[in-house]
Ligand binder design. Structure first.
Ligand code: UD1
Ligand code: UDP
Length: 367
């Protein structure tokens, strides 16, 4: 069986890397079609995991719109699927590359396996466009690799046949554990590089489309107020390369001495930053999955989450994007709440998700 993995953004690459390595280890025939919906942020991950794409569509343009991205992607992926016949396509998550990769596979009548299937908020505009991307991908996919039982339940409710849903855990935990095991010394060096060993800091990221403009600015104002009132606290914020996000962040925090604004960092460096942080504030999906493993309290800067497992485990709290609410949530972490939220837990996986996916594919296609 000839497999193609289609992905193009930073989080997809992080979550596909361990699966790619596992497929290779098992001598399965697999090629990578990198859409490069992201460029620099994708390349950082490909370099770390030493993955060289077989095809690179180099699709990213500055300030790309969703319709531009969608139309270019479907045409370019289709060309490749016409040149090289694949039997099976693997896509991951809920980006435009994920959805369009599965659509192009459908047009070519190729089976799709969806990694991280079944996440739902049940609000099609939240997160936007990801909730729709993953639902559409789920409609096309033959096999659904769900991270948790909750994700499986969502798919069953939508009428997906149980035999095609496989609960595997999330491959992000495989990636995280791989890096911690194989690159441990580097992580220590990074902590020295950023001189963060003696600083008390909150790690912040924010990039979602539904948060563009006012919501991001509200959060930045809350952070600014908090930093002014708390002498010892800093923030470290690797700011997404999206110019719309950067404008809002720099406008409010650009001149704040204790707000350390940096460009996106390599995955390895980011793990070191998470590990060393006091806690995390984010609207990212992947970071909500990683933080509980590291026992880091996480304030989720969103109105909804498709990852209730971290909230139920008590390590994450959904706080929205209103200035006062965000500020109060930060204050609350000065209390005993901090210790309660710092317990390490692993609701999203045990580091063996890739192995389970590979075992399933082998059994289905080679036995
Ligand atoms: C995309 C995904 C989102 C995911 C996020 C992870 C879609 C619609 N959105 O959002 O689900 O959470 O990636 O980060 O698929 N840029 C660069 N260099 C890069 C990456 C981005 O300059 O390496 C800038 C470009 O100006 C680009 C813009 O960011 O046009 C937006 O990139 P895009 O992939 O469209 O959306 P994201 O907001 O990154
Ligand atoms: N990440 C990284 N460098 C950074 C910020 C985040 O490597 O500067 C990693 C993070 O550990 C997680 C992933 O990128 O694995 C999350 O990506 P992002 O927040 O862009 O996307 P989402 O998960 O929200 O789709």
């Amino acid at each position: 069986m000839k497999i193609a993995m289609i992905f193009g953004t930073r989080p997809e690459a992080i979550k596909m890397a361990p699966l790619y390595k596992k497929l290779k280890e098992e001598n399965m025939e697999v090629k990578v079609i990198a859409t490069a919906q992201h460029r620099e942020m994708l390349d950082q991950v490909l370099n770390l995991f030493e993955i060289k794409p077989d095809y690179d569509l180099n699709i990213m343009t500055k300030n790309q719109t969703l319709p531009q991205l969608t139309s270019k992607l479907v045409t370019e992926i289709d060309k490749i699927l016409k040149i090289e016949p694949f039997d099976y396509i693997l896509v991951q998550g809920d980006t435009t590359s994920t959805f369009v990769g599965s659509l192009a596979a459908f047009y070519n009548k190729i089976f799709v396996g969806h990694v991280e299937a079944g996440l739902r908020t049940n609000d099609i505009y939240n997160p936007f466009p990801e909730e729709m991307n993953r639902r559409l991908t789920g409609t096309i996919a033959k096999h659904h690799f769900a991270s948790t039982q909750k994700a499986k339940d969502n798919l069953l409710k939508e009428g997906v046949e149980e035999k095609n849903i496989i609960v595997t855990g999330n491959t992000v935990i495989d990636a995280l554990l791989w890096v911690k095991e194989n690159k441990n010394k580097d992580i220590e060096k990074i902590k020295e590089k950023y001189n963060i060993k003696n600083k008390k800091f909150i790690l912040v990221t924010m990039h979602r489309r539904e948060n563009w403009g006012k919501p991001i600015e509200n959060v930045m104002k809350a952070i600014k107020r908090y930093l002014h009132e708390n002498e010892e606290m800093h923030i470290v914020f690797p700011v997404h390369l999206n110019p719309i996000v950067r404008e809002s962040v720099y406008k409010i925090l650009g001149n704040e001495e204790k707000a350390i604004l940096i460009d996106p960092v390599e995955y390895l460096e980011f793990i070191a930053l998470m590990d060393e942080s006091h806690y995390i504030m984010t609207d990212s999906g992947g970071i909500q999955e990683e933080a509980p493993t590291l026992g880091k309290p996480t304030l989720v800067l969103r109105e909804t989450t498709e990852r209730p497992e971290a909230i139920e485990a008590g390590t994450a709290k959904l706080i929205g994007t209103q200035e006062e609410q965000v500020y109060q949530a930060m204050k609350e972490l000065e209390t005993e709440k901090y210790a309660q939220m710092s317990k390490a837990s692993n609701p999203f996986g045990d580091g063996k998700a890739s192995q389970r996916i590979v075992e399933f594919l082998k059994k289905r296609y080679y036995s």
